[in-house]
Design a protein around this ligand. Structure first.
Ligand code: ATP
Ligand code: MG
Length: 563
């Protein structure tokens, strides 16, 4: 399958179809979309879906996509989150240019609009407690009851709202509510709270405000202020759309964006809510927001996922209106397909077993020529030092191999990749433990490069590195963070119960081609036969890389499930 981002050849998803129609009929002559995260955590792969959608539409129409921070809840938000979000969006390959906005920039205008609603008799200050408001709201089957404060005069409301702003009242003692319809079948329309008192300083406005607007009220007005044409959000906001429209209709804003909902990304073997991810981070279950096992953008980046692989994944899963689950294997395959094209091939031995080639001259070093990429000759070749003592993978030798095992064993001959054919001679074992300490082989000098002049065939090819000229470094092998596909779907069971205790395995004595010492942190390679790996950007030091395995070469999970 062609994994290039190729939106042109695919049928349009329903949102792009709506936009195409709006442009064709002249309803709009341009588009403006936005990505509106709340800066209360790091972005995750679900956000990538929304980023690729909003910024993707902007790119396709040569029009802007706004980056807007929905920063209306100072008790949970921080500027560190703002910075991480900007870094992640840019890393994914998107650019908002000068279109960087904060809902907090609109606090004055939001206040003025609230005053306007009060004057129109469309908003009132309510003294019910939070609990009472919930009680009065009713349920899906029962209508709500009207607040005893609902019929305050605009004058009284203006006075009280102003005094709320001045800080005269305690947190929780009063709120401003839209005056809509307590009998509406849609509970979101039953006089929703639009302002509350919060005596918390804000990371951008400091202590200028002690009342803060609610999300639903803020979001539509921010969209309208910015001239957004299509306000794209996830399905849980479908029931909020009447409120979105009510606020803008009532205020008769010159711009009234169209809200369109799409299904959020749900991915197996992970949790996607920021609240749950935060629990993993603050509880120390992972080593931070960017732990390579996490499905945060920063975790994926650190693990070694390329931005293109994430964009390709988002394009592959598409945009729809029905909730569904995407298998983690789809994401893993997206990075495999990308790195298969782009990652240089190298050799690395993860669990080394020493091999001594008895008939190879002591002290001799030969430079073997190795291809950097099997189907990209333009990526050239490199030289690998070959010597009498090398390391092979422990799992590439078996003392008593089964029939279908084509690697090394007693009496067998295999190919050392790019080097020689070698034949097993003997092994040395630890007397007490029985562990194999080293194996001895002989090589056939007439097979340089790996082919026999007499045409004899060997079934197995194994990788190796020179013992004297290898780089010794740690490798971290990652597995899925959860042991079950739907960790947060079991009623009454905490999702953390399903954390995979073996999600990280550290191998401390791996042997690599020496040239890897010079690679930059963040570089991605394929260790032949082992998978794709990335040099950790944080734990590596100059000349001393630490490798993270991004993904294995094949979907081993799928194979195990097939059994
Ligand atoms: P979470 O539910 O993980 O806490 P959120 O929706 O509260 O996320 P926001 O910062 O409000 O996080 O999200 C910013 C944008 O990203 C919103 O438009 C939201 O709809 C979208 N988004 C969040 N999660 C997903 C997801 N899993 N799939 C697609 N879009 C998502
Ligand atoms: Mg949200």
């Amino acid at each position: 399958m062609d994994m290039q981002e190729n939106t042109q050849d695919k049928p349009l998803d329903f949102i792009r179809q709506i936009i195409a129609d709006d442009l064709r009929t002249g309803k709009h002559d341009h588009t403006v979309t936005r990505f509106p995260p709340e800066p209360n955590g790091f972005l995750h792969i679900g956000h990538a879906k929304s980023i690729c959608l909003n910024f993707g539409i902007a790119q396709e129409n040569s029009s802007p996509c706004h980056m807007r921070f929905d920063d209306t809840n100072p008790s949970k938000e921080e500027s560190a989150y703002v910075e991480s979000i900007m870094r992640d969006v840019q890393w994914l390959g998107f650019d908002w240019g000068k279109n960087l906005f904060y809902a907090s920039d609109y606090f004055d205008r939001l206040y003025d609009y609230a005053v306007q609603l009060i004057r129109m008799g469309k908003a009132y200050v309510c003294d019910l407690t939070g609990e009472q408001i919930r009680e009065y709201r009713g349920t899906l089957t029962e209508p709500g009851r009207e607040s005893p404060y609902r019929d305050r005069t605009p004058e009284e409301n203006l006075d009280l709202f102003n005094r709320m702003r001045q800080g005269e009242f305690e947190e929780g003692s009063r709120v401003l509510r839209a005056r809509i319809d307590m009998a509406s079948p849609n509970v979101n329309m039953r006089d929703p709270v639009i302002y509350r008192i919060l005596k918390v300083p804000h990371h951008r406005t400091g202590d200028r405000w002690c009342i803060y607007p609610m999300y639903d009220y803020t979001h539509c007005i921010s969209d309208a202020i910015e001239g957004i044409t299509h306000s794209l959000c996830t399905l849980e906001f479908e029931d909020h759309r009447p409120l979105y429209d009510w606020v803008l209709d009532t205020l008769a804003t010159p711009c009234h964006p169209r809200q369109i909902e799409f299904a959020r990304l749900n991915l197996t073997y992970t949790v996607m809510s920021k609240r749950k991810i935060l629990q993993l981070v603050s509880g120390g279950y992972v080593a931070g927001w960017d732990d390579p096992r996490m499905l945060t953008i920063s975790g994926l980046r650190r693990r070694g996922y390329s931005p293109a692989s994430i964009r390709n994944f988002c394009s592959l899963i598409g945009i729809g209106k029905k909730e569904s689950w995407i298998d983690m294997g789809v994401l893993e395959n997206a990075v495999r397909e990308d790195l298969n094209e782009t990652a240089p091939r190298v050799m690395g031995v993860l669990e080394p077993l020493k091999m001594i080639i008895d008939n190879y001259p002591e002290g001799q070093v030969e430079e073997m020529e190795a291809q950097n990429h099997p189907f990209k000759p333009e990526l050239g070749t490199r030289k690998l030092p070959f010597s009498k003592e090398i390391y092979i993978e422990r799992s590439d030798f078996m003392e008593d191999p089964p029939k279908k095992y084509f690697r090394l064993g007693p009496g067998r001959e295999v190919r050392l990749r790019y080097a020689y054919l070698i034949r097993f001679v003997s092994m040395v074992k630890d007397e007490k433990s029985g562990e194999i300490l080293e194996i001895h082989c002989i090589y056939d000098p007439l097979t340089r490069g790996g082919n026999a002049a007499d045409g004899r065939k060997v079934k197995g090819t194994i990788h190796w590195v020179s013992a004297a000229r290898s780089l010794n470094c740690p490798v971290r092998l990652y597995d899925r963070l959860f042991t079950v596909a739907h960790p947060d779907a079991v009623k009454d069971v905490d999702f953390k119960t399903y954390l995979n205790p073996d999600s990280m395995r550290v191998l401390n004595d791996c042997r690599m081609e020496p040239a890897l010492a010079d690679m930059e942190p963040g570089s991605r390679v394929q260790f032949e036969r082992q998978g794709y790996f990335c040099i950790d950007q944080i734990d590596s030091q100059k000349g001393k890389p630490v490798f993270n395995r991004i993904v294995t070469l094949r979907d081993s999970w799928a194979r195990e499930q097939d059994k």
